[in-house]
Design a protein around this ligand. Structure first.
Ligand SMILES: Cc1cc2nc3c(=O)[nH]c(=O)nc-3n(C[C@H](O)[C@H](O)[C@H](O)COP(=O)(O)OP(=O)(O)OC[C@H]3O[C@@H](n4cnc5c(N)ncnc54)[C@H](O)[C@@H]3O)c2cc1C
Length: 408
């Protein structure tokens, strides 16, 4: 019998295991082998130091660039780094092993679970285990979420990418996103340099419907061979393909007692809910304290831990984000390009605050206001378009913000 069972040995599961009070007994199960992954994150240097992850840095960059095919360009100078997931997981594993209260079982898949009054029981490929609490950080295919039909989808990011060797890349610049509008669906291309001859290139498509990531394979090939960057990729050797789906949406409230959803499982790629790397790191100690309090108070059955909501205003903002995402997917091409031009006029200090996860709701509204003012000054629009801009500017900026958050 454990105090806590963590399902999933990805970044979220490991970060939670590291933060839980060493007095509590923890079992962490992972269906595969921990650390056999290849993903790269863009992070800010200051946050990387703050979370003692400097050893996972593989490259330093001094700018992030966003551009569209129509020529709009937004350059964000700053101290950025590329982090290697494999190294990051290695560091976390070392720290957890140092704590001594966490048992880790690899190649152990949870098949089934039972939630009783004050206890949980899981059935795995390596036997049954019980605990007071389950932390579900098993990613977007969580069996618990599926079982209770908890997920309310808003849309998806379909991802297809690979590491490219033998290329010519400016190692100090991340191409955050080259935005292409295809049949009204925004497509993003990210180029994360790992050195001057190596980068991780990914094509992402925001879509309302669940799609096969291999649909993007052709698009990936097209960008590698034909686009603006083709010179850069002329002699490219493609290795370690990576693909997947990142659902966008949220969990129903108060749905399951004794289960705490965490990481991608909890918020499905929404930044405020601890889904991508930086928010997971930033919120982990708070979440771990919350779990400990609940276990010690023995009041778990009265607490539905289905969502970790830091405060109410974030929740409001989150709902707004969901609405915005829907709107952006419906926008027409012209409006999006105009809005991107407007976004480029935004003060850099705001962008940096967003990257550092330290923007308040009030500041966000200030941004919207300033964007609207700029749109009046810089772009000639008809009254009807202007109305659309008012309706869409907030949502487009949010999409950009999501994109930035997705990177870190
Ligand atoms: C292709 C792709 C690219 C991405 N790129 C980025 C990026 O560049 N930056 C970024 O911030 N985010 C990115 N994301 C989002 C990414 O999912 C999160 O950043 C991060 O991986 C979330 O960590 P996690 O631990 O919550 O989930 P995961 O990394 O998905 O970890 C879940 C773990 O649970 C294990 N597991 C699942 N089911 C079970 C089970 N039944 N029993 C036991 N173990 C189980 C899995 O094997 C896995 O190791 C990307 C996602 C995808 C799909």
């Amino acid at each position: 019998m454990f105090d806590i069972i963590i399902i999933g040995g990805g970044p979220a599961g490991l970060i939670m295991a590291e933060n839980i009070d060493p007095k509590l007994s923890v079992l962490l199960i992972e269906k595969g082998k921990i650390g056999f992954k290849e993903k790269y994150w863009v992070n800010t240097l200051s946050k990387t130091h703050h979370h003692r992850l400097s050893e996972a840095i593989v490259n330093y960059e001094n700018a992030m660039v966003f551009k569209t095919y129509l020529g709009t360009e937004l350059v964000i100078p700053g101290e950025f780094v590329t982090l290697c997931e494999e190294k990051l997981l290695e560091i976390l594993l070392k720290r957890i092993r140092g704590n001594g209260n966490v048992e880790i079982i690899e190649e152990c898949e949870m098949y089934n679970f039972k939630i009783m009054n004050r206890k949980t029981r899981i059935q795995t490929s390596k036997g049954d285990f019980s605990s007071n609490l389950i932390v579900d950080s098993s990613g977007y295919k969580s069996r618990i979420v599926a079982h209770y039909d908890l997920f309310i989808p808003v849309g998806y990011y379909i991802v297809y990418g690979a590491r490219l060797l033998n290329i010519k890349v400016n190692p100090s610049r991340i191409i955050g996103a080259e935005i292409v509008i295809q049949e009204k669906v925004p497509t993003f291309i990210e180029i994360i340099p790992i050195s001057h001859s190596e980068a991780h290139v990914t094509v992402l498509q925001a879509t309302r419907y669940y799609k096969d990531p291999f649909d993007l394979e052709e698009l990936f090939k097209f960008h590698v061979s034909k686009t603006f960057y083709c010179n850069m990729f002329k002699n490219a050797v493609v290795v370690n393909k990576k693909f997947g789906i990142i659902p966008m949406g949220y969990l129903k409230n108060s749905a399951v007692n004794n289960v705490f959803f965490w990481g991608v499982t909890a918020g499905y790629a929404f930044p405020l809910f601890g889904t991508t790397l930086l928010p997971i790191l930033d919120n982990a100690s708070l979440a771990a304290r919350f779990l400990k309090d609940n276990i010690l108070n023995k009041s778990l059955s009265q607490f539905a831990l289905s969502q970790f909501i830091v405060d109410k205003s974030q929740r409001k903002l989150f709902k707004l984000l969901c609405l915005c995402f829907e709107k952006v997917l419906e926008s027409n091409d012209n409006i999006i390009d105009k809005l991107l031009k407007v976004a480029c006029t935004l003060e850099k200090k705001y962008i940096y605050k967003m990257l550092d996860n330290s923007i308040s709701e009030k500041e966000l509204l200030e941004i919207v206001h300033s964007l609207i003012l700029h749109s009046l000054k810089n772009i000639k629009v008809t009254p009807i378009e202007l109305k659309s801009i008012y309706q869409n500017i907030y949502s487009t900026w949010q999409l950009l913000k999501l994109w930035l958050e997705f990177q870190i």
